[in-house]
Each structure stands twice: as C-alpha cells, then as structure tokens.
Design a binder for this molecule. Structure first.
Ligand code: UD1
Ligand code: CA
Length: 434
C-alpha cells in the first residue's frame, strides 16, 4: 500500500443536532472509542496525509483525538460564514493529487472498504447505495444510467424523495476538482448551507463524468441519531466478536456479550453470556463467567464470576474470583477470593485465601491507602482490613476480625471479637411463645 498516493479529509465540524446531545456527534462512542477515532484509524492504514475539519466543540475533538494520534492535521472550518459540508472543504490543503473525503459520522468504515476509491483514477468518484428506507440521506438522481445530481432530503420534491439510491457520503476528487468547484458552491437551499454534494451537479454540467461506486451499508452507514448510534454499535460488536471467535475465543450467546475495541485475547478463553469487557483488557487463558464486567484489566490463567467485577487496573494471575467479588487496581497472584468481597488498591500473593465478605477499607474519606497481603495467608469471613495495612506471610485472621492499620507479623493469628454473650430464654420473653 502506497500511503503517499492519496490525501484524506474527514469532515467532523458539524453540530449533529439530530443527536439531541450536548456532546459533539463525532465524539459519541462506538465500542468504547469515539466515532471519529474509528474513521481516523481506518484512514491511517491507507494514507499519510490526513486532515480533520473541526469547528463545533473543536477543543474537545482535538484533545480527544490527540490522545490517540499525533500525525493528523486539524483544519478549522469558518462554520459561521460557511456552514455545511461544502463550507468544511474551504480551508483544506491536501498534499496529494487524489483526495478522499469522508464524513466524520461513519464509524463502520474500514480501509478495505475504501480500496475501491483508490483503484480508480477518475476526477469525481462518489459512493452510493440502494436502500429500502432512504430516510435521512441525500438522494442520487440518475438519468440514462448517469449520475446527474444529489438532492438533500430537506430540498427534495416528492419524485426525488422516492429515489432509493442514496449518497453514502464518501467521495474521491482530484485536487483540481476541489480547487475549481468548492469556491463555486452556493448556500441557496433549505438549510442555507454550502453543500459539498453540489460539486457533483456543477462538475457534471462542466462535462466531467461522475463515477458512482456501489458500497454497502454495513461499512458506510452514517450516524445521525441515537438510534443510528445503537444500530451501528450492533454491527461493530458483531464484527469485533466474530474476529475474536475466529481467533479461538469461545463465546456463549455472543449476542449478549459486549467487547470494546482494544480488548485482546490470547490462548483458550471462554466468555459466558452477558459479560462486558472494556478498555485495554488483556485476557489470557481465562474463563469469564456469566454477567461479569472486566474493565481495563489483565487476567491470566484465571477465572472470574458469575457476576464478578474487575475494575480498572486489576491484574490477576492464577487466581479464582468468585461471584459478587469486586476488585479494583489490585494485583492478585495465585489467590482464591470466592465470594462477596471488595479488594481495592491491594497486592495479594500466592496461596492466599480470601474468605467471604472480606473488605479492604481503602478510603478514609480523603485519601486511598494500600493493603498488602503476603503468601499463604488465610483470611476468615467478614474481615475488614483497614488500610494502610500489611499482612505478612503465613498469617491467619479469624472470622469477623477488624484489622486496624499496621502490620500483622509472619506466622501470627489476628483475632478481634467481642466475647459472645447468650441470654437464656430471651427469645420467649421478647416474643412470647409462638
Ligand atoms: C450528508 C450528505 C448526504 C449524504 C449523507 C451520508 C451533504 C450536504 N449531505 O448528509 O447527501 O447522504 O451525508 O451520510 O453533504 N460537517 C462539517 N461541517 C458542517 C456540517 C457538517 O464538517 O458545517 C460534517 C459533520 O460533522 C459530519 C459530516 O460533515 O461528520 C456530514 O454531516 P451531516 O450533517 O451528518 O450530513 P448529512 O445530513 O448526513
Ligand atoms: Ca450524516
């Protein structure tokens, strides 16, 4: 792939008012990453010259994208004087003679799906697809098998609205076409915007041929509303999970599982139904049982769940995490924590057993503190460990104990219990015979 052949311009400056959201449309997430991230990622696989046009919430867009990419140019649209997708193209300065224009609201695009645009050398190539329900898209008007013009839904008459061939919103132009026709666009339309789509009719009148490229909705679907966002998420999820299954992951009822872009699996892994795995989680030879949530964590030769919660920055190895156990920012190696516990900001070593209901009290209302537990420790049920606390190797902690801050020395027993008091026949005095 010669990445110096084509420049890419991604339009990401619009308000996205149909999303009905305070957040810029292109920053809404699909599988854990902003829509725009997915488009830039696909673009970088085929081009070294990528411009992203910004305006609405430009600081947030630039900041978030700069977290992931350091080699893209941001171009600011004068959206007040030149609103619309045509206005967005005014200040761009692509390096190469061929320019691919992408909408910033097409998170399903892949570099492979864009290959068709790279193979042709015509001056104007545009993407089309046929839809039973063309609602929301610009209609492509074709006469005698030739594209004549594109009309936006809001500007279309009844006959035009009936057209089922729509503009998918991706174009490849020669640099000359952009330089010549963008300045000719007018905003004489329903939305008082400069439409990039009008380049098609102007170029056509000028005698250029418009080459339509038939594409599929699965890769070119635009997101305008929250319903579109949910539909696109489903397509992306199917794609992500299919890839993992093809690489050897076992999934039970995959349609109930959510896995974000960025999650990695290695070896034989099983993911049961209704699990959610997010961030940069890395799962190696492990079994995630039904209803568990794993966020930004590493699991190696381990199992968790059903209904377990590994919160960010947990690292568990050779470990068993049972039902209703929450782990946060902790490292567990060779540990068993079978039931109902909270283990936060802790380090727990090999051979240690954590009894049901054990809580690391890591927060005093102001600061967080660490709990360090050594090897072969036996922690009885319903223990509170008030951090900062260190439990050395080979310690036994009796059920119901509150371990105050400090150190429990190697080999000892820790026990804090109120002496049991029994009052004979109290039950009957209180309730009477029943
Ligand atoms: C656009 C097309 C429509 C096509 C559809 C495909 C136009 C006029 N219409 O419509 O024919 O069927 O995409 O999905 O182009 N943007 C800017 N600056 C602006 C306005 C928009 O950068 O001033 C960006 C948006 O952030 C968005 C993209 O351009 O990423 C498309 O804008 P949007 O408003 O979604 O266009 P559609 O109405 O969907
Ligand atoms: Ca759109």
């Amino acid at each position: 792939m010669n990445k110096d052949k084509i420049s890419i311009v991604i339009l990401a400056a619009g308000k996205g008012s149909r999303m009905k959201s305070p957040k810029a449309k292109v920053l809404h997430n699909i599988s854990g990453k902003p829509m725009l991230y997915h488009i830039i990622k696909a673009s970088r696989e085929i081009s070294n010259d990528i411009s992203v046009v910004v305006a609405h919430q430009k600081e947030a867009v630039i900041e978030q994208m700069s977290e992931y990419f350091d080699d893209i140019h941001f171009v600011v649209q004068d959206a007040e004087n030149f609103p619309g997708t045509g206005g967005a193209m005014k200040n761009i300065a692509p390096k190469n003679n061929k320019v691919l224009v992408l909408n910033g609201d097409m998170p399903l695009i892949t570099s492979k799906a864009l290959e068709g645009f790279l193979e042709l050398d015509d001056d104007v190539i545009m993407s089309i697809f046929d839809l039973k329900d063309p609602n929301g898209y610009g209609r492509v008007i074709i006469k005698d098998e030739h594209v004549q013009y594109i009309v936006e839904q809001k500007d279309a008459n009844d006959a035009e609205l009936n057209a089922t061939t729509v503009n998918a919103g991706i174009y490849a132009f020669s640099k000359e076409v952009i330089e010549k026709y963008i300045p000719l666009l007018s905003n004489d339309n329903a939305q008082k915007e400069y439409y990039l789509t009008d380049v098609i009719s102007i170029a056509k009148k000028d005698g250029l041929s418009i080459v339509p490229l038939l594409v599929d909705e699965e890769h070119f679907k635009g997101v305008n509303s929250k319903k579109d966002l949910a539909d696109s998420e489903e397509i992306m999820q199917t794609r992500i999970k299919t890839a993992h299954m093809n690489n050897g992951v076992i999934m039970q009822l995959p349609s109930t599982i959510y896995i974000e872009e960025g999650v990695k699996f290695e070896g034989e892994c099983i993911v049961e139904n209704a699990c959610r795995i997010t961030g940069n989680s890395h799962i190696i030879n492990s079994h995630i049982k039904a209803g568990s949530v794993v966020e930004d964590s590493i699991m190696k030769n381990s199992d968790c769940g059903p209904m377990a919660h590994l919160r960010p920055l947990s690292n568990i190895e050779d470990t068993h995490i049972g039902n209703f156990v929450e782990v946060k920012k902790s490292s567990l190696k060779g540990v068993k924590a079978g039931h109902l516990s909270y283990l936060g900001d802790s380090e727990i070593d090999e051979g240690t057993n954590i009894g049901a209901g054990t809580i690391t009290c890591n927060y005093d209302g102001i600061k967080k503190y660490k709990t360090i537990i050594g090897k072969n420790v036996f922690i009885g049920s319903d223990t509170q460990l008030i951090a900062p606390v260190t439990i050395e190797d080979d310690v036994m902690i009796a059920a119901g104990t509150t371990v105050s801050s400090g150190t429990v020395a190697q080999g000892s027993l820790a026990l804090s219990r109120v002496k049991l008091k029994t009052v004979k026949n109290f039950y009957y005095k209180f309730f009477g015979k029943r």
